[in-house]
Design a protein around this ligand. Sequence first.
Ligand code: FES
Length: 125
Amino acid sequence: MPKVTFLPMDRTVEAVAGSTLLEVAHRHEVLLEGACEGALACATCHVIVAPEWYDRLEAPTEEEEDLLDTAFGLTATSRLGCQIVLTEKLDGLRVTVPDYSVNMRVGTAHACGALSFPMLVEKKG
Ligand code: FES
């Protein structure tokens, strides 16, 4: 079983191969939201992958990259937890759960990329 460490809580858990990072977080009560339950519609499952692990992940789809652009505190190694499928080759993966997430489902996104409030910025923990 691959092990995953969630930071900053420094919590290492075992994952069932084939599970998504979001599923593993929820199974182990790690505070990672996932408002759309993996439907690729919210970005509340945003995580920051440790740089040494980022290139070992499957590349994000264009749809994931577009949604990542709406994530609060986006970094060069940001990913959506619901899109990371854990395999044995990811044993030892380390990800940081950001302090905040933006829940786009309560706000309005326009085709031009502009956002209308209300948009919920949620502090985790
Ligand atoms: S849970 Fe909504 S995009 Fe991942």
